[in-house]
Design a protein around this ligand. Sequence first.
Ligand SMILES: *Cc1c(COP(=O)(O)O)cnc(C)c1O
Length: 481
Amino acid sequence: MKLIFEKTVPGRRAVQTGPGDVPTMNVRSSLLRERAAELPELSELDVVRHFTELSRRNFGVDSNFYPLGSCTMKYNPKVAEHIASYPGFAQLHPLLPQLRMGGMLTQGALQVLYEIDLLLREITGMAGFTMQPLAGAHGELTGMMIMAAYHKDKGNKKTTVLIPDSAHGTNPASAAIAGYDVVSIPSNENGVMDIEAVRRHLNDEVAGLMLTCPNTLGLFNPHVKEICDLIHSVDGLAYYDGANLNAIVGKARPGDFGFDIVHLNLHKTFATPHGGGGPGAGPVGVREELVPYLPVSVVVKRSDGTYTLEYDHPKSIGYIAPFYGNFAVVLKAYVYILMLGKEGLRRVAENAVLNANYVKEKLKSHYRIAFDRPCKHECIFSISDQMAQNGIRATDVAKALIDRGFHPPTVYFPTVVHEAIMIEPTETESKETLDSFIDAMIEIAEQAGSEPEKLRSAPRTAPVCRPNETAAAKDLNIAYL
Ligand SMILES: *Cc1c(COP(=O)(O)O)cnc(C)c1O
C-alpha cells in the first residue's frame, strides 16, 4: 500500500493509506521516516524458490509416515481444507455478528458453531461446549478456570488437583496457572493411575482430578468410573484430557465415565493438520451444572430458526480468546464429523487401536515392551537390554529412522518409561506403510548388534546430520558436526 503524505499543521503531517479506507490521521513528524525504509528487493521467482526449497526440507504427514506418539499425526482429508476456504467463511469479518447487517451474513457461520456444539455433546456425553480455546492446553486452562469458578461459587475451600505422573506436561501447568497445587499420583504396575493412591490423597482440599484415559502410555484405566466417583465424594470435579480422543471416539464417552469437564483437540482427532504450534482448537465441554460458567459469547438459536450471540451469562468465566476461537479449525472439524458420520467415527477408533496393536505385536520381540497388554491408540517401547549393552539409546533409534525416510516417534516421553519410544500409527496408515516402518525398526534393532557405532552417528544421509547436542545447547552456529 502506498502512503500519501500531506502537510497539515506545523510539525504534523497527515498520513493517508492507499484506497482511503482508513481515516486520515495526524502523526507527529518526529515519528515519520525521513527516507524510505531499506527493504530487501527480491523478484517473485526468488521468493517462490526460497519457499519451495524450505518446503522440501520440511517433513509432513503428506511426505511419509509420522508416528509421533500422543500427537496424532494422521492424514486429514483435503476436502475439509477446501470447505474452510470458501469465501463465505474465509472472508467473514469477526465483528460482523455484532453489526446489524451481520445477522444475515453470519447465519451460516453461527449455525456451524451451534451445530458442532450439539455434535460434540453427543460424542462426549457433555451438556454444553465452548469453541473458544485455541489449543489443548488452552482448553485445560479454561476447564480449570471453570473448576475454580464452581468451587468459589459454592464457597468451597479447595487447594489441590490430583494428576497422574504419566500426564502430558500441560496438565500440571494448567492446574498451577488456575491457582492450584498439584499432587502427582504414581502409576501402578499396569501403567495406569493407581486407585489406592487416589484414595490416599483424597481429602476435602481436593478441587478435582485431571485424567487422560487412555493415558499417554496408550492404556485404558479400568477403574476410571470409580476414580470419578471418589473425586465426587469430596465435591471435587473430574477433568478429562480428551486430546487423544482418537482412541475411543464413537465407542465410549467421557461423560458416561463420570467426568464433569472435557477438552478435545480438534487438531489431533478432527481433521486439522498440526505441528509447530497450531493453529488448533481445544473446545471444552461441561456437564449441566457447569454450563453457566462457560465463556461468553454463546451461540443460541431463536424460535424463528435464526442464530444469534448471547452475552448475558453472569456466572461465565468471561472471554478466554478473541471472538469465537479458531473458527476455520472448528469448521474443518464440523465437515469431518458430518462426512464420517457415526459409523465412520467408530472406524477411526477401531483402526487407530488396531494399527497400534499391530505395531506392538510385530516389534515386541525386537524392543522392550513397556506394558505387554492390549493398548489403545499408541504403544510404548524401550530399547532392549542388548541394545543398551551396545551403548544404543532411544535417540539413536529415532535418528536412524530419519535415514530410512520416516519421522521419528516421540522419545523420552512419557517420563515414567526409561528410554521411551512412543509410537502412534493413527488410523489413516495402510498395512503396507506400517509393514515398511516395522521392517525399518527391525533393521535398526539388528544394526544395534552388528554396527552400533553407525547407529550412534545416524542420521548419515544429507542434508540432515547428527547435531552435536552439547554444542547445540551452547551455540546454534556450531550445532552440526
Ligand atoms: C497434545 C496434548 C495436549 C496439549 O494440546 P496442545 O494443543 O498441544 O496444547 C494435552 N494433553 C495431551 C494428552 C496431549 O496429547
